[in-house]
Each structure stands twice: as structure tokens, then as C-alpha cells.
Design a protein around this ligand. Sequence first.
Ligand SMILES: [Cu+2]
Length: 637
Amino acid sequence: MGVIIVSAAFSGCAPSNEEGDFSGAASKVYVAPGKYDEFYAFMSGGFNGQLTVYGLPSGRLFKIISVFSQNPETGYGYSEETKPMLMTSYGFVPWDDAHHPELSQTDGVPDGRWIFINANNTTRVARIDLSTFETAEIIEIPNSAGNHGSPFVTENTEYVIASTRFSVPVPNRDVPIDSYKENFKGTLSFIKVDPEKGNMEIAFQILVPGFDYDLAHAGKGPSHGWAFFTSYNSEQANTLLEINASQNDKDFIAAVNWKLAEKYLAEGKAKKINTEYYRNYFDEDKQKAFSEKRSSVYVLNPKDCPGMIYYLPTPKSPHGVDVDPTGEYIVAGGKLATVIPVHSFSKMLKAIENKEFDGEIDGIPILKYDAVIAGEVENPGLGPLHTEFDGKGYAYTSAFISSEIVKWKLGTWEVVDRIPTYYSIGHLMIPGGDSKKPWGKYVVALNKITKDRYLPTGPELCQSAQLIDISGDKMQLLLDFPTIGEPHYAQGIPAEILMKRNKKFYELEKNSHPDKTASEKETRVERKGNEIHVYMTATRTHFKPDNIEGVKVGDRVYFHITNLEQDWDIPHGFAVKGLNNSELLIMPGQTKTIEWVPQKEGIYPFYCTDFCSALHQEMQGYVRVSSKNSNVELSFN
Ligand SMILES: [Cu+2]
């Protein structure tokens, strides 16, 4: 009896049978053994703090790239070489909340060189090198709190742009919270990217009224040179925002002429504000991360810089802002709006020229809504949030409350198709769908809630994405696949672009790490006071040295391990019993260091953690730890 009830209950809540026949869909997502996926998809890990790599159309997970969170799988943030990546003006921060991956672009098209992603909580932007799939750089953003509208790139990755979600005093200081209207300000940040190396520096910030800034996108084509930022809470409330920030009929998109901002900066119109923030980078030659402190930033005030920034009135509490492939249309997603407002860039320029203003706020002219609006999409679903484009004249908008993707036509604004998502979609992603040339074959729905889509896993169900075919007139659901953390936003790019750039190993000859061991002949153990430095090599299938004696309780033992392999896909790992840090994962040609402070006397085995060959299990050794006052001589072999 009980069995019958259970099975009835399961079939009753599994929706898949009710949604018809997916046999055709299966062949579209099936990637045969030994075949490659057509696209890489990079999905934010959300509150996991990392970036995950999937294949499309299969939905297979390939890699978790360590970015803002320590990762015991790779030793990232635990090894001495990578700890500096997580340094901030608040000290070592081992976690963050990562939302928006953004591929670098050349001439408005993703070029596969780098991908950027934001840290919301301790405001930072990371750059990941797509030849190694490793985090190459992290820069902290001062005068910012809740780095949400970030990191979106300009047409040639001249800048990565970022805006603050929470307005705060600039510079931050101790003031009563109810002095919000008087003391709190927003900032829009422009991070300059070195065109060759990718190195990031904050070029300037723009001081804006104390609203909440939500998302951003840069212009392209005719609107190249401009950047657009949504804001809500134009009421400047600081309590019960769900009510108090929903009073005004319209909030704003801030349109920034960054080329003019550059000119004002060059003319010395910016104020230098003292502050403290970090830039961390991984030096591939030295195989080591370094931190640099910055102590000031240039801030432009719109009051001193006429024409630099305008407000486009936008109903109502806008969330996403997206620019279509032609660069003419600026599409807003209003959480509480009943239509999707689409602004026209050319009408905006005309309205500026004709001074069609509706007042101003803190030196920022407000343009007349009717003067800049290109059209409104009627009946776009409830809670329209984000829009991506297929490059064939259509736009796809996610609607959070009605859980659907709505397809509509640019120019006529008519809705032509809609498809339900399971459930509560946030962002959506078309490979290249926010660029000049989308590869408009699929849209991925990034959903907030899973409910009955997979086997239940306790109170927490897995996060989820869905793959939808958009190659025909009607959208077709192909696949559900679970994701890690919150798949907040994503980027996609054809695999062939990245495969050409793929690095296979680090050249040992170029490794200039100061603690590198270039060959087994150079392996040794040295004592410096209570520090022990072990210069060890790893190669299939042994460590050298593999027996170490003369270590004492309380010594600081540094294992500097060089992986001598020069072959693709042969990392070695290292762990020692009782190590209260992490393991190391060392790529071919790399040197990595882990610190160990033994607490008790005894014999401590160590071994390789990454299965490397038939005799991987034999890849082991011992450390003998003696009492503090023992006279065992330091020795090794
Ligand atoms: Cu091994």
C-alpha cells in the first residue's frame, strides 16, 4: 500500500511525462563519446564564488575555475603562490559572490582572450586567462559596495565598467544611516584594460546620486563610446526598500559618454580621492601571485563635466539593460514594469542636441521619456529582467514572475513566441548574445528554482539551467542540466575559438619561481632557524626526496614542489597527513608551495593526490617529526 502511494506521488510530481516527446530533442543535445561540444559556456558560481565551464549542447560540466573562493581541489587560495590573489584592503578574503561573467571583445565580438567576473560582496573584478582557464588578476574597486552592475566590456575591451549597488559615503566614513540623502553617493567605475597583457587599472570613477545601481552594458557600433547603467531607488530610501523604493513611476538608466569623460580626466577635471585598494596578479614566469596596494583614485563629478552623463527615465525599478547588436536600441527590464521600454540611441542624441530635458539631478540632465523612447513591448510577461539577441532581428527577454522567455521583434516590438522555464528564470544567455555578432543557435535559461526537475537532495535542491533551441521560428526546450552555486549569468563562445588558444603545459625553462627545483639533482632540504624548506620534484611516479628526517615539532615546513613533467594533462598532487591547510595541485612545469606546521612527533606519510599513472599509488614518502629538543640531524633522500 505504502509503495503504491509513494510511486503515485513521484509520478504525480515529475512533470517530464506531461511535456510531451523529447526524443527529437535528445539527438540535438547528444554529443557522442569522443566528440566535442560546439560551445563553451561559462557560468557564474553565484555564492560559490567561482566560474564553472560547461559544454553546449550537452550541458556537461568540465571545470570549476577558482576565482574568489579558496578551492581545496586546486589548492587555490591555500598555496603560498596563490594566497595573494585573495588579498584586499580588508585583509585576506577567502570567499565572494560572483554574478556576471563577460568575455573580452574585439570590434564588438567575443575574442576568447579573457573572461571577467565580478565579486559583489568585497567589491572586485577578476580577469581569467582563457589560454589556461586560470585567474590571472583581481582588482578591488574602492568607493563601491555591492559590485553588482559589473563587469561589462566596451567594444574593444578598452574598459571594464562597474557600478555600485549600494550607495555609501564617498569616501566611506562614520555617519548616521538616516543621513542617507545628504551623505550617500553612487559610483560608476571605468577599469582600463591593457590591450596586450590585459592588466587592469581603475582609470576613473563618476560620482552619481545615491540610488542603487543594478546592471550595465556598453554601447556598440554607433553607441560605442557610451555606457548604460540601470538604477532603482531614485527615491533614495534607506529602509524597507521593497515599498519605499517602488514609489516613483520611473527610475533611470544613466547614459555615460565615456569618451568625453576621458577628455575631462585628461583636462584635470577629476578629484584625486585617497582610498585603499588592491590589485593582485599572477605572474606566469615567476609562477606566483603578487599584491600591489593602490592609495588613490580619480573621481569625476557630473557637475564639473557637462554632457558627460544623462538620465533616461525608465519604468519601473529597472533591472537589466541590454544593447542590441546594431547598437541603436537600449532595452531595459523593469522588475515592476508592465512593458519593456526600448530607448533609441539616435533619438537620445537628438534629444540632447535639442535640450529636451525634464529637470536634472545633481548636475545630470533628465531626458524626456517620449523624446528617447523607440517603442514599448506590450505583454512581455511578468517581471521582465534581461534581454539577449540572436543577431537575426529578434530579442529574447526573461520574465521572472511568469517564468518564461519571451521572443519579440526589434523595430515592430511585437511578441512572436514564448516558452515556459522551470522555474523563475533570472538571466538568460545566447552565445555572443550581448555582442555585435551573436551565434544565435541556443538560449540558456538560468533559473533560480528547481522544485521537481531532479531527484530531491534534502532541503536544498540543485541549481539549474535549461537549453532551448532558437534556430527555428518556435523555441524548443532541449535539456535541463544542474549547475553549481547559482548560475547567475553566463557567456558562451564557439569551442573552436578557445581550442586554438589552449595552453597544454607551462614551460619548465620559463619557470623563474625563486623556489623552483629544475631537476632531481637540485632537490634538497634546508633549515633556516625554525623554518624547513623542502625543494622537491614530482614526476611519474615518485617524489624526490621521499624520506625526510630531522623535522621538529613546531617547525614551519615549506614544501616547494616543482612538477617536472612537460606533457599535457599530467598534474601531480601533494598532501601530507595532518596538513591543516589543503593539498597542492601542480600543473606540468609549475612550482607550488604549501606550509605545514607539525604539532606532534611521529611519522607522517605524504602522497600524490592526483591519479597520474599506473604506479600513482607508489608515489609516496615519509617525514619523520621529532620532539622540539631532539638532536636528529636533518637528512633526506
Ligand atoms: Cu602523481
